[in-house]
Design a protein around this ligand. Structure first.
Ligand code: COA
Length: 147
């Protein structure tokens, strides 16, 4: 079974950031370290774990972008386990947590290759595309959270 939990131990954080790097940075040749940003200390971190093997299969983080506005960030599922609903579990976990924190809006800087994915989850483009990391183009997408 896949469970969503927060990384706690040093080993869990190492595996958490390693998955991020493998899926979101390594394919574009970005150097190690670029998988982290200035928001790590103020973020809540979520990982999807196979409770049989302990393997981390997906990750995402959440932080408050501005008062009442949550930011989904660094959503990634390991390629061998994509299309199993793990991304959906992670998005749902972040949405649940955002409602509990009283956020009215939740959004993400979506890669242009992932906008259709966020649209499936009820998000719409609400910002102007901006260059990011030189080669990866992103666009702000958001949705209103019902109370
Ligand atoms: C986007 C991502 C997190 C989805 O995770 P996932 O666990 O495969 O997603 P789910 O299983 O919940 O949903 C899969 C469905 O979403 C849709 N989908 C998946 N990736 C998509 C994409 N990039 N664009 C549009 N639709 C997509 C497909 O319809 C897919 O259905 P299918 O399995 O019948 O083909 C994963 O593909 C990933 O890590 N991609 C690379 C990193 C990335 O783009 N992250 C988002 C950065 S903003």
């Amino acid at each position: 079974m896949i469970v969503i939990k927060a990384p706690v131990t040093r080993e869990e954080f190492k595996a958490y950031y390693a998955l991020r790097y493998k899926v979101l940075r390594e394919p574009w040749g970005h150097p190690k370290g670029t998988e982290k940003d200035d928001y790590e200390p103020i973020s809540e971190h979520f990982m999807a774990v196979d409770d049989q093997t302990g393997e981390i299969l997906g990750v995402v983080k959440l932080f408050e972008k501005s008062p009442g506005v949550g930011n989904i960030s660094h959503l990634a599922v390991t390629p061998a386990h994509q299309h199993r609903g793990i991304g959906t579990l992670l998005v749902e976990a972040v949405e649940k947590r955002s409602r509990a924190r009283g956020f009215k809006t939740l959004g993400a800087m979506s890669r242009v290759t992932a906008t259709a994915y966020f649209e499936r989850h009820g998000y719409h483009v609400a910002g102007i595309p901006a260059p990011h990391l030189g080669t990866t183009h992103v666009v702000w997408m958001e949705k209103e959270l019902a109370g």
